[in-house]
Design a protein around this ligand. Structure first.
Ligand SMILES: Cc1ncc(C[n+]2csc(CCOP(=O)(O)OP(=O)(O)O)c2C)c(N)n1
Ligand SMILES: [Mg+2]
Length: 383
């Protein structure tokens, strides 16, 4: 039996809050967002279980609590608008449209995964859905995001004579804000009018470090974007309607003006940084306070208030997401391990021939030429 340890405030027992205004969108769209949020949560809960059962190995960072960010942001842009993110990426992949099967099989390291099982949890990549990863080096995706946006600008403005105007969503964590490459990326984006939005998923923690302990001006994070001439926004990431509304407006502004933006997206991760984090750096009271503000429960209450859903239809959504993830787990269990030959494909050295252990790659002449490549520090060895 699936049991989420995190309350989602699902319909049956929820108390209805004050009626909120809904955007003028078809109810099918709103219901789709609710389903996506439930799907991500269910997927992540199951990932945690599979990790404990040792079916998933390596690093694993779950997105529980932050679902509204990925769902609201992807809903606010078009499929051809590129997305790039860090290692906490399962939610972005699912919200972008990657199948739960491909996503879960990647977690399992199986060939049915989006990267044939060779990337794992931190490297969800989906070219048809314009998701460019999944990156494990903190902040590394920010210059890549600026570069992708520069490429789309060149294609759209120069090669396609303005027939399209894409905007790139580049997600990063609040801890990543302190990486030097982020400032280089923002500087170039500001300088070259690059249509990229740096979305800081500000969940308050960088591993076990609370933001104010590691980041200057954390009470006014957008000042970091302002310093580079970026348009700035602070958005409630625990409210999918606010995320959609504000991001839609901002993305359109970036598109029309070909300018970059910086978003302080306020949110909270309910679980630890990764699977091995006992969360000793914060109290249970703090976590419970944030869980009361749960984005899924809040959205459900709003949809119930407006008769977009019923308690029964919420139950149906939850049953169908549970079924979908169960199917993804079965698929992943049954999907084969990658063949050993896959070690030599999809890597940069592939055209050079196999790397033969301590000798040189074939393109350098193999072991016979090893003596030509001595280290310059006088010690024997390869450079
Ligand atoms: C360059 C680099 N330094 C350190 C690490 C180790 N590390 C992995 S995640 C992380 C914390 C990043 O926190 P944040 O950017 O807030 O993202 P969150 O985990 O909250 O989503 C650190 C320091 C790394 N992966 N890369
Ligand atoms: Mg963080």
């Amino acid at each position: 039996m699936m049991a989420t340890t995190t309350p989602s405030g699902s319909g049956a027992n929820s108390t209805h809050g004050a009626a909120r205004k809904l955007p003028a969108l078809p109810s099918t769209t709103l219901t789709k967002w609710l389903r996506e949020m439930h799907l991500i949560r269910e997927f992540e809960v199951r990932c945690m279980q599979s990790y404990q059962e040792k079916k998933i190995g390596g690093f694993c960072h779950v997105y529980i609590g932050q679902e509204a960010v990925a769902v609201g942001c992807t809903a606010a842009v078009n499929l051809e608008d590129p997305i790039i993110t860090a290692y906490r990426d399962h939610g972005h992949a699912l919200a972008r449209g990657m199948s739960s099967r491909a996503c879960m099989a990647e977690m399992y390291g199986k060939v049915g995964g989006c990267a044939k099982g060779k990337g794992g949890s931190m490297h969800m990549f989906d070219r048809p859905h314009n998701l460019y990863g999944g990156h494990g080096i903190v902040g590394a995706q920010t210059p890549l995001g600026a570069g992708i946006a520069f490429a789309t600008k060149y294609e759209d403005e120069v090669m396609n004579a303005g027939r399209n105007r894409r905007v790139t969503l580049c997600f990063l964590g609040d801890g990543a804000v302190n990486q030097g490459s982020v400032y280089e990326a923002m500087n170039l984006a500001g300088l070259f009018d690059i249509p990229v939005i740096f979305i800081v998923e500000n969940n308050g923690y960088s591993m076990g470090t609370e933001i104010s302990r590691g980041t200057t001006m954390s009470h006014e994070l957008t000042i970091k974007g302002r310093a580079h001439g970026l348009k700035e926004a602070t958005i409630d990431g625990m409210d999918v309607l606010a995320v959609y509304h504000d991001m839609h407006e901002l993305a359109n502004w970036c598109r029309e003006n070909s300018r970059p933006a910086f978003v302080d997206m306020k949110c909270y991760r309910y679980k630890g940084h990764s699977m091995s984090d006992p969360r000793k750096y914060r109290t249970r009271e703090e976590e419970e306070r944030h869980e009361l503000n749960d984005a899924i429960g809040k959205f459900e209450r709003t949809l119930l208030d407006h008769a977009v859903v019923t308690d029964a239809s919420i139950k149906e959504i939850m049953n169908s997401t549970r079924e979908e993830v169960r199917d993804a787990l079965k698929f992943s269990n049954e999907s084969p391990e990658p063949d050993m030959s896959e070690l030599y494909t999809d890597v940069f050295v592939e055209p050079w021939g196999r790397f033969t252990g301590s000798s040189l790659p074939e393109f350098m002449g193999g072991a016979a030429n090893a003596c030509r490549f001595h280290a310059t520090n006088g010690k024997e060895g390869l450079v």
